[in-house]
Design a protein around this ligand. Structure first.
Ligand SMILES: [Zn+2]
Length: 260
């Protein structure tokens, strides 16, 4: 870093209540502009603790925004700058997700410490801020993603209790009703199903190539897809519901692309 963030940099959104500058930032590489919006949970006991940590140089992590449980929004890095929230990650050919994205940390203690549903007051703030950012940067609905989507082998946030369905109904993100899980659904065996899943996950943007077509890593990518798009059962098993939901999702996206 060659200079300190001004203590009172101008917020990028009128929705921002507080500014707490983080030194953990830089310039976006290759002149990239934000085309992805990545949603996280903090995995900490409180938003105050998360903000304190994200503002410390030794943490080497940051994000653009933190949203508390009551919906209060803190900005920590200017949108023009590259925040350090995604780590090693991939989406649709892009490996430098931090340079290509804006990151929002949503307060929730996370799976290791009492993971709970996200309160509606908090979800409204997510909706408002995500909609505001997507509108100003022309971020496509299908580019509003979970950290677990872009780093499926390392991350599970914001997790299966994050209400992507509600968010999509409110006009934010890309989502289709999942094909219901039936009690009799079993794993789809054979290369045909796994190859179809692999091709469709790749077409949607997931980094399946690095995970291989079978084995535990492929199951982890399947689980990441389920966590976002079929949260009723997150088990990493490629079943009919998962494959059909993926197909519907891709079909919905293709129609959207054709209409442009
Ligand atoms: Zn995260």
């Amino acid at each position: 870093m060659n200079n300190q963030h001004a203590l009172s940099f101008e917020p990028d959104s009128r929705l921002v209540a507080d500014l707490v500058a983080s030194p953990n930032r830089g310039s976006r590489n290759r002149g990239l502009r934000p085309s992805l919006l990545i949603l996280h949970y903090t995995g900490m006991a409180s938003a105050a603790k998360a903000i304190d940590w994200l503002a410390r140089p030794e943490s080497k992590v940051s994000c653009h925004y933190v949203i508390d449980v009551d919906g209060r929004i803190t900005q920590m890095v200017r949108e023009i700058d590259r925040a350090w929230h995604a780590g090693v990650s991939y989406w649709a050919g892009e490996c430098d997700i931090n340079s290509a994205s804006i990151g929002i940390e949503i307060q929730n203690p996370g799976h290791a410490d009492g993971y709970h549903a996200f309160p509606r007051s908090q979800m409204r703030a997510v909706r408002d801020l995500a909609g505001d950012i997507a509108g100003r940067h022309t971020i496509a609905p299908e580019h509003i993603l979970a950290h677990s989507d872009v780093a499926p082998l390392r991350k599970i946030d914001p997790g299966e209790k994050f209400d992507w369905r509600w968010l999509a109904h409110e006009g934010v993100g890309h989502w289709v009703p999942p094909v219901p899980v039936r009690a009799a659904d079993a794993a789809l065996e054979g290369a045909t199903a796994s190859n179809a899943a692999r091709a469709m996950l790749t077409a949607y943007g997931y980094g399946v190539g690095i995970a291989g077509a079978s084995g535990p890593e492929f199951a982890t990518v399947i689980a990441a897809f389920q966590r976002h798009f079929r949260p009723a059962r997150v088990d990493g098993v490629l079943d009919h519901s998962t494959l059909a939901t993926l197909e519907h999702l891709l079909n919905a996206l293709a129609r959207g692309v054709v209409l442009q």
